[in-house]
Design a protein around this ligand. Structure first.
Ligand code: PMV
Length: 338
């Protein structure tokens, strides 16, 4: 019999079902995968086919405030979210896992400083911030690995947003997913920069959830993916240890392209790139051929994230005027969040 999310939640939080506060808030950074998660072995529990490796994005993320309330309400960036949206339904279903009684209602207010659903992992930081806030509200005092498991139940990549810096999500093998959680890697790379290039910040046409499932089910090359990611994780891990930026960049870029190649060979095909995405890729390759060490990675959307080092920041800002630059290892300024 399949294990349910409810079962995982009760194993972890046991009888700590009564809120201990009226309101609680938390912040979580979004994360960008350098070696991607693409495909689940268990859809209900968001258990991945493979491990993945990411970097958290410092002050770029979501702040979530949860309050006990007379009515159920969800607010996103200051606007009430309509009850008939997928976003509302997904979040309410997630809260159902923790509700002590059917008539316990929550007001959930999330503020993000990134475009929602533009392939910039807004669900990752949203669910991670939610789980951290719930931990305070109910005084669960869960370990980070347990918070990572709880965040995964909301969205797979959210399990990596529990931590700062470089993060490895171990796929695990257990049926109940108790060994499928993220851990922080100790490497620190203060000079690393991530540049965000928006091509289009509108809602994506197909969710990563549906897209990865279609890939697993219909892409004839999906069977090559586990080995591809595992190799990439090994190379990136070594690159982080050696501070070998070239190895990091080439591997991350190739891994992202391989993920999109799988989608091209899915039936029906899934293409997140737009014309602007390809133009930016070509510009990155041109700059690299001219000697500038810059690489890109792309998630389930048309936008690109550039990887480069601090020493090249000014040159790249001249090339990409609209680029937002994030220093993943700069201290997160708590005071700027809810
Ligand atoms: O966790 P989800 O369902 O948002 O999927 C994330 C998928 C990618 O962003 C494309 C890859 C990744 O590892 O974050």
């Amino acid at each position: 019999m399949n294990i349910t999310r409810e079962k995982v939640v009760s194993t972890l939080i046991k009888d700590k079902r009564v809120p201990q506060l009226e309101t609680a808030s938390a912040f979580a950074s979004t994360n960008i995968a350098l070696c991607k998660y693409w495909g689940k072995r268990d859809i209900e529990l968001n258990l991945p086919m493979t491990s993945s490796l990411s970097v958290s994005m410092g002050e770029l993320g979501a702040s979530t405030k949860i309050s006990l309330s007379g009515t159920e309400e969800i607010w996103l960036n200051g606007e009430a979210v309509s009850t008939n949206t997928l976003f509302y339904q997904r979040l309410i279903e997630f809260f159902d896992l923790f509700r002590p009684t059917a008539d316990t209602k929550f007001k959930i207010e999330t503020d993000t400083n990134i475009p929602v659903a533009a392939g910039l992992a807004s669900s990752a930081c949203g669910f991670a911030a939610t789980v951290k806030a719930l931990d305070k509200l109910f005084a669960w005092e869960q370990s980070d690995s347990h918070l990572s498991i709880l965040a995964r139940l909301g969205s797979g990549s959210a399990c990596r947003s529990i931590y700062d810096g470089f993060v490895l999500w171990n796929a695990g093998i257990a049926k109940d997913g108790m060994d499928s959680y993220a851990e922080d890697l100790e490497y620190v790379w203060p000079e690393l920069r991530v540049g965000i290039l928006l091509v289009d910040s509108k809602q994506k046409s197909i969710s990563s959830r549906d897209a990865m499932q279609a890939t697993v089910e219909t892409c004839p090359y999906y069977k090559l993916w586990p080995e591809t990611v595992n190799k990439a994780i090994k190379v990136v891990d070594e690159a982080l240890e050696q501070r070998d930026f070239w190895a990091l960049g080439t591997t991350a870029e190739a891994n992202s392209l391989a993920m999109h190649a799988l989608m091209l060979a899915t039936t029906p095909p899934i293409i997140y790139s737009q014309g602007g995405t390809l133009e930016l890729m070509q510009k990155v390759w041109r700059l690299r051929a001219e000697g500038l060490p810059v690489f890109f990675t792309q998630d389930a959307g048309p936008n690109l994230k550039l990887l480069f080092l601090q020493k090249d920041e000014e040159k790249l800002k001249e090339q990409f005027a609209q680029m937002r630059v994030v220093a993943p290892f700069a201290k997160v300024k708590e005071s700027t969040h809810v």
